[in-house]
Write a new protein. Structure first.
Lengths: 128, 171
């Protein structure tokens, strides 16, 4: 028996059918019944393609209308939300500015008092 | 129209070893092979009304199992160890333990190191007993490509297979 024939014979023995794992048939039948024959893989044949063309057309139109209405509502809500966010941001800025102004005023008053005190002392020193 | 549960169960029972074996020989992974085999039967469940005879069913299952296993292999991006220099290194390790490995298991392991196209051709030729023309129809490849894959696959197996066979015969 030459090498190739030995290899071929070895392949035939090694490649004999093996039984599927225990319970395979039960699991497969259950999966088929549960999925109604739909594959878990993407790209399977869709329900729409099996409908009557006129019914499929009306479904498509209804879906487009729903999207348009739903899309319009969604846009309005988005704009509203955005306006609210802008108002809230503006309020925060205003508050920050008021606080800053208040703080600045405090500093100015203190400085004035301090300058006034020094001026009085200087005046007293020079006029005495 | 989907088949009855009984009819479908009968078909699964009758052809599960064929479908599972093809997937297992191509993927080398029992869990993945079972997943692929289930997917094949789910497709059969949807497609049965288009199949005309038992022979047609068998051919369809073989072809679908080959394609789905190939898809799964590519998704997993498993690279074979069968580049010749790397393969030499693997088989030169632990010569003592190799004698304890049955020839069939050694052959299965060698097969898994081949590139997918050569492995597919050999599995369909020697596992499913298909002629090169039938393999070409099953895989959708040109006949010349199938013959080339068979020849190259056998050559690669012969390079190292002789060593394994000698070890096996020596016992």
């Amino acid at each position: 028996m030459d090498d190739v024939t030995e290899i071929e014979e070895g392949l035939r023995q090694a490649l004999r059918h093996v039984p599927a794992p225990e319970g395979f048939a039960d699991r497969t039948v259950a999966r088929a019944a549960a999925s109604g024959g739909r594959s878990s893989r993407r790209g399977g044949t869709g329900t729409l393609l099996r409908m009557h063309p006129a019914a499929a057309w009306w479904c498509a139109v209804a879906a487009a209308l729903l999207l348009a209405v739903g899309g319009g509502d969604a846009l309005h809500l988005h704009n509203q939300h955005r306006a609210q966010q802008e108002q809230a941001a503006q309020a925060e800025v205003d508050r920050a500015l008021r606080l800053t102004n208040h703080a600045l005023n405090e500093v100015t008053v203190n400085l004035d008092r301090s300058h006034a005190g020094r001026f009085t002392r200087l005046w007293n020193e020079t006029t005495q | 129209m989907t088949p009855s549960d009984d009819e479908f169960r009968r078909l699964v029972g009758e052809h599960s070893s064929l479908v599972y074996s093809v997937a297992l020989r191509l993927l080398g992974d029992p869990g993945l092979a079972e997943e692929v085999a289930q997917d094949v039967f789910l497709e059969l469940y949807r497609s049965l009304s288009r199949l005309e005879s038992d022979d047609h069913v068998r051919h369809w299952l073989r072809r679908t199992a080959t394609h789905r296993a190939t898809d799964a292999f590519r998704r997993r991006s498993v690279r074979p160890e069968g580049q010749s220099e790397v393969w030499d290194d693997i088989f030169d390790r632990a010569p003592a333990s190799r004698r304890e490995v049955p020839m069939e298991t050694a052959m299965e392991r060698m097969l898994l190191t081949l590139p997918l196209q050569q492995r597919t051709a050999l599995v369909l030729r020697y596992g499913e007993d298909l002629s090169p023309e039938e393999i070409a129809r099953t895989t959708g490849q040109p006949l010349a490509t199938v013959k080339s894959n068979l020849q190259r696959g056998l050559q690669m197996l012969r390079r190292k297979g002789a060593v394994v066979l000698k070890e096996f015969v020596r016992g």
